[in-house]
Design a protein around this ligand. Structure first.
Ligand code: HEC
Ligand code: HEC
Length: 204
């Protein structure tokens, strides 16, 4: 490389460095320290141990990736104020401010739901499918894939969590806040619950 070439090379490198400094500076201006001290992705790291990095958990922790932000925020506030019985989430949720909960809701809502492959029993799937048609499909449309601000997706959720969740709604000693889900769960036998869990786990 002759001198002129080296000089040109250095100028290009310097230009690149200047661009990077400018980008970093712009980022600091857009997000000045103090405005949002902990980004939502960092906050959400505290959930990764159980719900996976982007909300894609390992059984039996619920998958929370892609849940609607409004549903997520409401459930987290119910955990926080004790209206929603829980084993762990109540204590955990109390550590977050209102705006942190909303940031996390937005973060997880922007992730994509992934349904894991699960082993199911075909007889149970068929039995569960019948109960779904009869009692659940008005709200859990498209075989449980549908979701909106009040209704969570249940298709492709972990089988074990679906069972636990349905049992929770029907427990009289731990009153769940949702009237309708409580009423309907009370009409299900534990075999029905198992069948329904197999059915939704199979709907990926
Ligand atoms: C130690 C394990 C653990 C950690 C850490 C954890 N969770 Fe959970 N999460 C659970 C369990 C278990 C449930 C079921 C409710 C219960 O029993 O507490 C749950 C339920 C939930 C639900 C309700 C899901 C649904 O489908 O209704 C949401 C939302 C949630 N967690 C969000 C979070 C967020 C956000 C964090 C991080 C701030 C977090 N969790 C950290 C274990 C955990
Ligand atoms: C009237 C509408 C409606 C009907 C009918 C209904 N659900 Fe739900 N379901 C909901 C709503 C709303 C929620 C969220 C409840 C809450 O906030 O606790 C829910 C929550 C659930 C959950 C908890 C999901 C989670 O992530 O924790 C499961 C599981 C579920 N429903 C299964 C069923 C099954 C099985 C049936 C039929 C036997 C059924 N639902 C019938 C509206 C309905």
């Amino acid at each position: 490389m002759d001198y002129a070439n080296r000089l040109e090379h250095r100028t290009v490198t310097m230009k690149k460095t200047t661009i990077w400094i400018a980008v970093l500076f712009a980022l600091m201006v857009v997000n000045p320290a103090g405005a949002n001290p902990i980004p939502s992705s960092t906050l959400s790291n505290n959930c990764a141990g159980c719900h996976g990095t982007y909300g894609y958990s390992t059984e039996p922790m619920p998958i929370i990736a892609g849940l609607p932000a409004a549903y997520f925020s409401r459930i987290m506030r119910q955990f926080q104020n004790g209206k929603r019985p829980s084993t762990i989430m109540g204590r955990l949720a109390r550590g977050y401010s209102e705006s942190e909960l909303d940031d996390m809701a937005a973060f997880f809502a922007s992730q994509r739901w992934k349904s894991p492959a699960q082993e199911v029993d075909n007889t149970m799937v068929l039995k569960g499918g019948k109960i779904h048609e009869e009692k659940c499909k008005v709200c859990h449309k498209n075989k449980g894939r549908y979701q909106d601000d009040v209704t969570p997706r249940i298709a492709g959720q972990w089988l074990e969590y679906l069972k636990i969740s349905l049992q929770e709604y029907s427990r009289s000693d731990r009153k769940m806040p949702h009237y309708f889900m409580t009423t309907i769960s009370n009409t299900l036998s534990s075999k029905d619950i198992t069948a329904l869990a197999h059915f939704y786990a199979n709907e990926r």
